[in-house]
Ligand binder design. Sequence first.
Ligand code: JFZ
Length: 434
Amino acid sequence: MNRRHFLVSAGAGLSALALPAGSFARLPEETDAAFNARMAWWREARFGMFIHWGVYAVAAGRWRGLTLPGPSEWIMSTARIPVADYEPLASRFNPVKFDAAAFAELARDAGMKYMVITSKHHDGFAMFDSKLTDWDIMDRTPFKRDVIKELSAACPDAGVKFGIYHSILDWHNPDQKKNFPRYVEYLKGQLKELLTGYGEFGSIFFDGEWIPRWTTALGEDLERYVRSFQPNVTINNRIGKRATVDQGGYTPGKYIEGDYDTPENVIPKKLPPRDWETCMTFNDSWGFKQDDHNWKDTGTLIKMLVDCVSLSGNFLLNVGPTAEGIIPEESATRLREMGQWLKRNGEAVYGTTFGPARGWQLRSTRKGNKIFLHLFNWPGRLAVKLGERVKRAYVLSDPAAGDLTFRQNGDLLTIDLPGKRPENNVSVVAVETA
Ligand code: JFZ
């Protein structure tokens, strides 16, 4: 075993960046108290399931025998498929193996606290029973079941908050090009159907806001509209024109788009200025793609989760169910392994925020008087810069192994670690401070 020391320093200026929660009131009329109240469960949750599912799962990344590059839900664009040629995919979408309870229970078993599924992606296809179009799962598929309804009912039973992804970009509705005001009415109309017919949502993830005619003002109007039905739903930044937010243009008192930022497939390297959630593909596609076998392994995914939480962010990990209605076994197996790790180490994740130490192969989180040192490897002796007095240290997943010997010399904390590595992936040393 490699018993070298390793020394990490406190993340430079991390705490200076810890802006008070609620510094970024979103709609000008809104109070920080209301914002913080609706964000409470979200900040506790830290880990969610993203689901990209639609009729693109039938093509599964291939068109006319060719495997297209890019994510499979974009195939209409990447293969330049006219609407008339794309529509027949719906008549072949018959996911008879779909079981809403199984999806919700897999999320629960993975340790995920919320779910976000595509009610509509860029292809415009409604995965719910919409009265405003027949381009939906009830009217165009042999399946004729409202999967959004079934999941919205199954999630609470599994203790998972239910939410939706809804695309502003729509390649199917001709009004998006021909009559934009009428398209906006359609967009709002479908959201009203969703917000009034499917119970309380945890969050709504908007996307496709980059279309030229979408504006900050339309985002602000849409946000008020959504809140008129569900004041407590959490909304991501892509409801507005995301770029203005991601560049750090936060001015308290002005309209700030949504409740949290959404870096995509990247994890920030330093503490972002407000709540955030990284969404991540399991392989390299959001929708199911038959030729993509590039699955991230369990260890990588646990480290990604920890990396997010160590900077006070959430991790929204995506699965792409097949056209049969199955979450690929490659994903399901790894999710269950993550859930096992969280059973032993969840105290270091749920409801925690960024911790005072960060370095090579090390992240940290904290909650109350506990600091959690997440070790990506297992050195013999751990040395960490920590400007706080320590009372006790132990291995989180094995408290029975007893307290660990430690010394503090100025702001240098050294802990003798047991010879046996407690976890294959990330091992957590819990430190109680005075
Ligand atoms: C969008 C979608 O186009 C994609 O299909 C998927 O749903 C994903 C979650 O979101 O893709 C994006 C959105 C934002 C960026 C890049 C791709 N971005 O900020 O760079």
